[in-house]
Design a protein around this ligand. Structure first.
Ligand code: MN3
Length: 249
């Protein structure tokens, strides 16, 4: 009885110490480096685990109208993205995976089961996607990334045509990407919830722009017209965020 009480108390204290921390836009939680972590004995019974949370959206569901409708945003964020977070946390626990950041997890994703890959990608991709959009963005990119896009692709229009083609060319569900690889801007796409940070991705780099081309991202408003969705989506891009990501590389 006494042991059980002590065990319960120890677990409560551990959970308290491991309370969830959200860092930046992409929630990352780790108890691996907490001072005063439980003893090895406690860890065997209550292993530390990583937990991820749904990041704040940063704008209202209707903020991207008329380009992306409020209902699509609400379902996409509260149902789809939340499910990736929930399923990722479950899979992390089941597989006893402990990481400090989701980037770290993605960079060695080949070591883990498909359920970790799909849900970690789903969480990362959507967290980035929300941040890369904002209301009334106006249009063009006059920052450093814009200059690099022009020098790489000849013009912004040419870049947009090529990026849109990557989104259109992705058969079934997936993502289109603008990424930096070996210091160069590259356009590509990935299936499912894969992304360019994954060690076994068919397209690699550090993403600075992402477009969800799963049907759940556009079907309510655009039905089967993916090309219309992509054409309108250009009006929602948060170029400041693109520049910020680009400038870090
Ligand atoms: Mn989606």
């Amino acid at each position: 009885m006494k042991n059980s009480d002590e065990s319960s108390k120890s677990r409560r204290e551990f959970l308290k110490k491991s309370s969830i921390l959200a860092i930046g836009g992409i929630g990352v939680i780790s108890s691996s480096n907490l001072i005063g972590s439980p003893s090895l004995g406690d860890s065997l019974f209550f292993p530390p685990k990583s937990e991820f949370t749904l990041p704040p959206l940063g704008y209202e569901f209707n903020a991207l109208e008329p380009y992306i409708d409020a209902k699509t945003m609400e379902i996409h964020y509260t149902k789809h993205h939340q499910a990736y977070v929930n399923n990722l946390n479950k899979a992390m626990g089941e597989n006893n995976i402990l990481v400090d950041t989701i980037d770290e997890l993605l960079r060695r994703i080949s070591a883990y089961p498909a359920t970790v890959r799909n849900n970690a990608g789903g969480h990362y991709n959507h967290s980035l996607f929300w941040e890369l959009m904002k209301p009334s963005t106006g249009g063009t990119n006059s920052g450093k990334a814009g200059e690099a896009l022009i020098s790489t692709f000849g013009s912004l229009e040419n870049f947009m045509t090529k990026f849109s083609a990557a989104g259109m060319g992705r058969f079934g569900s997936g993502w289109a990407w603008l990424a930096v690889s070996d210091g160069k801007l590259v356009i590509g796409s990935t299936p499912n919830q894969d992304n360019p940070l994954m060690d076994n991705s068919e397209f690699k780099g550090t993403p600075i722009l992402a477009l969800d081309v799963w049907e759940h991202a556009y079907y309510l408003q655009y039905q089967n017209r993916r090309a219309d969705y992509i054409a309108k989506w250009w009006n929602t891009i948060n170029w400041n965020k693109v520049n910020e990501l680009f400038s870090k590389l």
